[in-house]
Design a protein around this ligand. Structure first.
Ligand SMILES: *Cc1c(COP(=O)(O)O)cnc(C)c1O
Length: 428
């Protein structure tokens, strides 16, 4: 927990020590209790109060001026429940501090809008979440230039850099094509050029990969997906890894150029991006996400193992064309993914050899839920071209390698043999 997210139980302004990956579940499970919960509760309670009152007006003033650590003032800027979740995400990502938001998109929007100004330039992977891609187009309307490149090559990122490039944005495993950027080399490039490196870790989650290890400055997680895991809460977060030198960043407002320079970026995102833009995570959702996070490692291990089994099975099936999954030897970034990620995640896509059979095959499936969304305990399946990439149009689909017969599968916790049996009958 950081100075920017005070906690009501105790002053946790001290930076959390860098945690070994082996303590991932242990630390998440015991985080609330160790921070001190009233009555010995083992979960942080769901704090619903909007206002926080003080006996002494000096304390109210102290909260506003940042001198009173551990104080809250108005729930749009966070509650003890969201702060407890933020502390867990910080530990999971081995970061310096975290800010939570109502959704993953709110976290990405707040981060980009508060760190960028008209005249700036950013480089993004062209393979990013569809709504992020759409948001990047909105930035162009605000005078922020965006270059979309194939980030599988750090040289392509480097070639796109300009003197006014402020930020590089990538995702660990892209949806639906499962492309993996050259994460380490891009990290080294950003570090050498003093550019903010934003890595969206949603698909891998900190259970499989910590972007800090490749030099990320900021890590985005849509908490809705892998971390909450049960399809019952929306949330997003941005975590500062502590690796970026904010004292060299030109877009920090004078009000936030105070105190420890490592906190400047988060301070600005919290004040401008959370307080002013108002995409605040509700305590109720923060609680459900926290409970989901307790089983993160276990769930991801299981769903990733099932995804690999299914990917291999689909690859061998005569009615299936290409299968996109980093755990397969045929994947262009198989070696890189194997080296960086503990597993290749629960996301895979594949193409039917006969696109005309798309609707019939999907309608015969009984187990995967025909729905959009990712990272649920239940497997979710969707035909990509006529749904999530419909608005993008045929030209963009072709550019992004999305065939008409492409199907995206978010693998859940069902037994692998049951899923294979279902695909067997649907493809028969
Ligand atoms: C879903 C998703 C988001 C957006 O998250 P929401 O919580 O749905 O707003 C951002 N990035 C990636 C990679 C995603 O999969």
């Amino acid at each position: 927990m950081t100075t920017t997210t005070p906690n009501d139980d105790q002053d946790r302004s001290q930076e959390a020590p860098i945690r070994q990956a082996s303590r991932l579940s242990t630390d998440t499970l015991h985080a609330d209790r160790r921070a001190g919960v009233e009555h010995g509760g083992i979960h942080k309670p769901i704090h619903t109060s909007v206002q926080y009152g003080f006996e002494r007006v000096e304390d109210l003033i102290g909260v506003f001026q940042g001198s009173l650590k551990g104080g809250f003032n108005y729930a749009r800027q966070g509650t003890p429940t969201t702060a407890a979740l933020e502390a867990k995400i910080t530990a999971l990502e081995q970061g310096l501090g975290t800010i939570s938001f109502a959704t993953g998109m709110a976290a990405i929007t707040a981060t980009l809008l508060t760190l960028l100004r008209a005249g700036d330039h950013i480089v993004s992977s062209r393979y990013v979440f569809g709504n992020t891609n759409s948001l990047l187009d909105s930035l162009e309307g605000l005078g922020i230039a965006v270059s979309k490149v194939d980030a599988g090559s750090a040289a392509a990122v480097e070639a796109a850099l300009r003197p006014e490039t402020r930020l590089v944005f990538v995702e660990t495993i892209a949806n639906p094509g499962t492309q993996v950027p050259d994460l380490e080399a891009i990290g080294a490039l950003c570090r050498a050029r003093g550019i903010v490196y934003v890595v969206d870790n949603t698909i891998t989650s900190p259970a499989l990969f910590q972007p800090r290890s490749v030099g990320a400055s900021l890590v985005i997680n849509s908490l809705t997906k892998t971390i909450a895991g049960h399809g019952d809460a929306l949330g997003g977060a941005v975590t500062d890894t502590g690796l970026f030198d904010w004292s060299s960043y030109p877009n920090i407002f004078p009000a936030y150029r105070k105190g420890d320079a490592r906190q400047w970026g988060l301070q600005q995102i919290r004040k401008k991006g959370l307080r002013d833009m108002g995409g605040t995570l509700a305590s109720d959702a923060a609680h459900r996400i926290s409970v989901g996070a307790e089983t993160l490692a276990l769930r991801v291990q299981r769903s990733s193992a099932t995804a690999l089994t299914l990917a291999r099975w689909l690859q061998a099936h005569p009615k299936i064309g290409a299968v996109f999954y980093p755990g397969l030897k045929s994947h262009p970034q198989h070696e890189l993914a194997g080296r960086l990620f503990k597993a290749s995640s629960w996301l895979l896509s594949f193409e039917l050899r006969d696109p005309a059979s798309l609707v019939a095959v999907l309608d015969r499936l009984r187990l995967p839920v025909k729905a959009t969304g990712l990272g649920d305990t239940r497997s979710l399946i969707i035909p990509v071209a006529p749904t999530i990439f419909w608005e993008a149009g045929a030209a963009v689909r072709a550019e992004m390698g999305i065939a008409d017969g492409m199907i995206r599968l978010s693998v859940g916790l069902e037994e692998a043999q049951d899923l294979i049996g279902d695909f067997e009958q649907a493809l028969a």
